[in-house]
Ligand binder design. Structure first.
Ligand SMILES: [Zn+2]
Length: 100
């Protein structure tokens, strides 16, 4: 892991515009000599919350959570969706141009 380094930025005292280099005139608020050098402490990247540990399971022991499906009037479409559309889900379909 790399050590976090402090960063130097220039901040306009009028409007808060940040710049990596000193500017005589702020491009946002058009004020002169408003940029002040500031040191920004680099925050270490937040640790990603880890997933809860689950012990390995046999496939035969895995419970299959079946969501409630709402059948649509097109039987073939229901077959593609696995029995119907799931409330709150998003299904993305694609096909060749002209497929309908
Ligand atoms: Zn400004």
């Amino acid at each position: 892991m790399s050590k976090a380094q402090d960063k130097v930025v220039f901040v306009c005292q009028e409007c808060g515009k940040e710049s990596l280099k000193w500017l005589g005139r702020c491009p946002d608020c058009q004020q002169w000599n408003t940029f002040v050098e500031m040191t920004v402490r680099a925050e270490p990247a937040l640790a990603r919350p880890s997933a809860p540990f689950l012990p390995p399971q046999q496939l035969s022991e895995v419970e299959i959570d079946t969501a409630e499906r709402r059948p649509l009037p097109i039987a073939e479409f229901n077959r593609v969706l696995g029995g119907g559309i799931v409330a709150g889900s998003l299904a993305l379909f694609s096909g060749d141009p002209g497929i309908g």
